[in-house]
Design a binder for this molecule. Structure first.
Ligand code: SF4
Length: 551
């Protein structure tokens, strides 16, 4: 029997972002990241909405709106894209707004909390086999994607997704961004939040990158979301000496961009609190636009955003902000892999999905489960199993090509799409990662096909970046680090050296970088930092990665 993998390099009590792992931060990355956007297919906007679907008009920021500014392959040159374009549109793909990738249209299907039934997964497999490349991809926000949908009429795709319960709202499909702890034993709050979100017309205006999170108290998803609910009893157990924690035990802490600003709510207030926080974000965002600033997509882009949002949310709820818990830190995180006991005597079985790609065998195996949970670390969990079936599931998953051992070479290794899926790619990074990856521990590793760095973890990691002649292997501090940091070539310690601040706040006066999203129409930098170091042949990457993972 194996148990959840303690993430290497992540010391208890370490400040967020200084975990030495960073995989928890993938939720904060550029919205499901590994798919850059480009021009929205002309046949997608609006027309994809089946007539009998819930929801009425397509939101203003949905298909047909301004061309997104940060998308490689965009029909509009990057240097022509100013803040006005950035202001009204993010580029996140969806089930109605397909992304025109190099290998054909791509659909992203949002599954709040990462939860999907086996029946729904079977439908996605059927769609992938019928119209796509036969695979289903996992994203860094625990959503699912279908690629190479060359011959599908978007309306037909939407209708079949809707019939399976995978597209419950036409108006809100791009904003159903709800992370949930993979081992959340009672997902009812995720469902309630999803339904309440879809029933609130104003919240259809949220950016596609705005992320809610319902945490189970482990802190595995709360700290990287824009607004999240973190049960305080678990948090206080990790900091029992804190009077603030003791006072709030049993309540739920609402975090804003990972920051505790003293908002505590009852369990039954969680959904109203998160919705109120969404409204508070829209209010603050509108104010930013009125003052001539670009429209923000994430809370950390707002000037003093978390504090203002917390105050407005508290006022809406009729509660008073208390004292923030100074001891609240991101706890040691555990990636569900192997057999994981549940509190109700049943078990869950977790597996890694190599490079986030589920093929036909794996899909057919997984769809035999009643319920599945996709994790933000590109893994899957089969929850609620009788203990005596766990070993059977372990063998089934392993036979299907999934990794159930804590020492898997794929632990902590991710990549962007690369060739052939992305026109910007300088290499087939998935093939090279497969050929190169060895078992290892330490910092996570992220392969990218160009300097854009899609899907990069927000925390410290090793970046392996294609150059066209080989790869640069660099330490990337991630977005929890000061903006002045440049990635150091492996073998050279990062020069910034500064500890990551608590709650991901920058230590300088500069606004926190926002996960690869450019603030102007300029070409997108990599995590806002230039690459440096020497390009090496792919055959030399493994040794550099091994050294780099040690930090
Ligand atoms: S090749 Fe570049 S643009 Fe394409 S997905 Fe990878 S990092 Fe993004």
């Amino acid at each position: 029997m194996s148990f959840p993998l303690d993430r290497p390099g992540n010391a208890a009590g370490a400040p967020p972002g200084a975990t030495g792992d960073g995989r928890a931060d993938v939720l904060g990355s550029a919205a499901d990241a590994n798919v850059p956007g480009s021009a929205v297919p002309a046949n997608v906007p609006g027309s994809a909405v089946p007539a009998d679907m819930p929801g009425s008009a397509v939101p203003a920021d949905m298909p047909g709106s301004a061309v997104p500014a940060d998308m490689p392959g965009s029909a509009v040159p990057a240097d022509m894209l100013g803040s006005a374009v950035r202001a009204d549109s993010d580029a996140c793909p969806g089930a109605l707004r397909l992304h025109d990738a190099a290998d054909g249209p791509l659909a992203r299907v949002r599954i709040p909390g990462g939860r999907i039934t086996g029946t729904q997964l079977a439908l996605l497999r059927a769609l992938a086999e019928e119209w796509g490349d036969g695979h289903v991809e996992l994203t860094s926000r625990a959503n699912l994607q279908l690629r190479a949908l060359r011959d599908v009429a978007p309306a037909r795709l939407a209708k079949r997704l809707a019939a399976a319960g995978l597209l419950p709202s036409a108006t809100h499909e791009l904003v159903r961004n709800i992370a949930g702890s993979p081992l959340l034993e009672d997902p009812a709050q995720v469902t309630a939040l999803d339904e309440a979100l879809c029933a609130d017309p104003a919240l259809a205006a949220l950016p596609g990158r705005f992320l809610f999170a319902i945490d189970d108290g482990t802190g595995d998803v709360a700290h990287s979301a824009d607004v999240s609910a973190l049960p305080s009893s678990a948090a206080s157990a990790a900091s029992a000496a804190s009077a603030a924690s003791a006072a709030s035990a049993g309540s739920v802490t609402v975090l804003f961009a990972g920051r505790d600003l003293g908002l505590r709510v009852r369990h039954d207030q969680v959904v109203p609190a998160l919705l109120a926080a969404g409204h508070a974000f829209l209010t603050s965002a509108a104010r930013e636009v009125e003052t001539g600033r670009r429209r923000p997509w994430r809370v950390r882009e707002l000037a003093d955003g978390p504090a203002r949002m917390a105050a407005q949310t508290a006022a809406t709820l009729g509660v008073t902000l208390g004292e923030p818990d100074p001891h609240l830190t991101r706890p040691v995180l555990r990636e569900p892999i192997g057999i994981v006991p549940q509190r109700d005597a049943r078990v869950a079985v977790g597996a890694l999905v190599p490079l986030g790609r589920l093929g036909p065998d794996a899909l057919r195996t997984l769809e035999s489960a009643a319920t599945l949970v996709v994790t933000p670390w590109r893994g899957v969990v089969v929850p609620g199993l009788p203990a005596d079936s766990a070993e059977t599931w372990m063998r089934k998953l392993a036979r299907a090509g999934l990794e159930t051992a804590a020492g898997s070479r794929w632990a902590g290794v991710t990549s962007c799409a690369g060739r052939p899926g992305c026109a910007k790619a300088l290499a087939d990074v998935r093939a090279d990662a497969d050929a190169t990856t060895r078992p290892g521990a330490g910092l996570p590793v992220h392969w990218v096909g160009c300097a854009r760095g899609c899907g990069s973890p927000a925390g410290p990691h090793v970046r392996v970046e294609a150059t066209g002649t080989g790869y640069l292997v660099c330490h990337a501090p991630g977005n929890a680090k000061p903006t002045t940091g440049v990635p150091a070539p492996v073998g050279v310690k990062p020069t910034t050296g500064a500890s990551a601040p608590v709650n991901n706040e920058p230590t300088t006066g500069a606004p926190a970088p926002v996960n690869n999203e450019p603030t102007t129409g300029a070409p997108a930098p990599v995590n806002n930092e230039p690459a440096m170091g020497a390009s090496v042949p792919v055959g030399e990457v493994a040794a550099l990665v091994a050294a780099g993972r040690k930090g």
